[in-house]
Design a protein around this ligand. Structure first.
Ligand code: ATP
Ligand code: MG
Length: 438
């Protein structure tokens, strides 16, 4: 992309009402624009990052055996009347009427819709397990939308729903999601810790929230340090095998959000293993058994020939919140430092003297080579002073920056800057391209 033709509206100063650094940087770097309280337009750069996060989530869901569908944003109130949640949900639900005076709502989540789909087609345990997910916009009329897309009213969520014949099978589905979630966050360059969460009226131990540690997090987190250090399982998990040991290795170590905190158990751990921090909730998984399948009559025939409500779990990832969470976890005074997996552009070419024949030719060569290598480079071909170009490339967080100017070219060299470390190398253009492309 040539920056002279692109739309990347950079702001010199963050609007005064942006309180946390991710919100400030998202506005300054031109990722989002607020259209109404808690409702945002995604500008080109923000949309690119959002789509990349979405794709990582999608790949890891598919790997773990979940199947993608797309459910509508508008849902019939009647489905929610069946589950008993229409009146219970409260003011967070945006209720709408159509021209026929039918009650609709903008989905804050999709248990009812997915249960309705399931019950229409699946009747036997032989067709289980199933895990259906979608990546779709949700609306919750939050009392206090704040911190930009971190707590929006309209936000993008990946929500998966598992269906199993009994609780033992549901636990296997839960374990698959538990490990898949760790892989998602690791691929996004994040250290996420699973913390025990409130299971609600169902009880049991199958409810975890995934937290990114950051000072601006809304939740308080208590955890065993070894859990924080433990890596993700990686893609080579045997998804059809017994995942219980791999999950237990993690859940046996103490971790809890404030509402589930057991101060006595925490205090019993060695002092150097106790960690207290703020966390951003980027995912929540839980098993809720027959909560929806029973009132909505989503029954399957079991091996014994008897009909019974299917056992369900649901698994949410805050996709749009993750854009902000990644920035909270990875930035410096100059701007955003994207992990390569979600960077809006893989590399930048900064032409320090646009219009100079030598600079233009070298930049075009570099731009073509990086494009051909699939790096989707951003070429800053604007007639701007170098300082402005350096600042822009750092603010928007391009991982590799190729700096090409007349002085260097006279000596046969260019500069290669790595955004994350700030390291600069001076080398011939060929060598610089090789270093980026590999
Ligand atoms: P919170 O406690 O932060 O309100 P929640 O318990 O309501 O979250 P879930 O219903 O479990 O969240 O939704 C799944 C995921 O969706 C959450 O883990 C979070 O990452 C994301 N999410 C929830 N509400 C919002 C919101 N208002 N804006 C952006 N992301 C959200
Ligand atoms: Mg909420």
């Amino acid at each position: 992309m040539r920056l002279s033709r692109y739309f990347m509206p950079i702001l010199r100063d963050a609007p005064a009402d942006a309180q946390i650094v991710s919100h400030q940087l998202m506005l300054r770097a031109g990722l989002i624009r607020q259209e109404a309280s808690g409702i945002y337009a995604w500008l080109p750069l923000g949309l690119k990052v959002l789509k990349k996060i979405e794709q990582v989530v999608r790949e890891e869901m598919n790997r773990a055996g979940a199947i993608e569908i797309l459910m509508p944003t508008l849902q019939l109130a009647d489905l929610w009347r069946e589950s008993g949640r229409y009146d219970a949900y409260g003011d967070e639900m945006l209720r709408i009427k159509d021209r026929h005076d039918r009650d609709l709502l903008y989905g804050p989540t999709a248990e009812e819709v997915v249960t309705d789909i399931f019950r229409s087609y699946i009747k036997s345990y032989k067709d289980l397990p199933k895990n259906l997910y979608n990546i779709q916009w949700k609306f919750r009329d939050e009392r206090r939308p704040r911190f930009g897309v971190m707590r929006g009213r309209e936000f993008l969520m990946k929500d998966a729903y598992s269906f199993d014949v009994d609780e033992a099978a549901a636990r296997k589905s839960y374990n698959r999601m538990f490990l898949a979630y760790l892989n998602v966050y690791a691929r996004l360059g994040l250290k996420a810790i699973p913390v025990k969460a409130d299971p609600g009226p169902i009880g049991g131990d199958l409810s975890h929230e995934f937290m990114i540690l950051a000072d601006t997090g809304e939740s308080e987190v208590f955890a065993h340090r070894d859990l924080v250090e433990m890596g993700a399982p990686g893609p080579d998990v045997d998804w059809d095998g017994d995942l219980e040991p791999e999950v237990a290795r993690r859940t046996s170590l103490y971790s809890a959000s404030d509402e589930m905190h057991d101060a006595a158990r925490f205090a019993a751990m060695p002092e150097d293993k106790r960690m207290t921090a703020r966390g951003i909730e980027v995912g929540h998984i839980f098993y809720f058994g027959e909560k929806y399948s029973k009132p909505m009559k989503a029954h399957v025939t079991g091996p014994d020939g008897k009909d019974a409500p299917v056992h369900m779990g649901s698994y949410g990832v805050g996709v749009s919140r993750l854009v902000a969470a990644i920035i909270e976890a990875s930035h410096d005074a100059a701007g955003i430092i994207w992990p390569a997996s979600v960077a809006p552009f893989g590399a930048a070419v900064l032409n320090l003297r646009a219009g100079d024949a030598g600079c233009d030719a070298a930049c075009e060569t570099a731009y073509k080579a990086l494009t051909d290598a699939g790096l989707d480079p951003l070429y800053d071909d604007r007639d701007e002073r170098p300082g402005g170009k350096f600042a822009a490339a750092d603010l928007v967080g391009i991982p590799q920056q190729l700096i090409i100017g007349p002085k260097g070219l006279a000596d046969g060299v260019v500069e290669l800057k790595t955004r994350a470390t700030g390291e600069r190398q001076t080398l011939p253009l060929d060598a610089a391209l090789k270093a980026i492309i590999g």
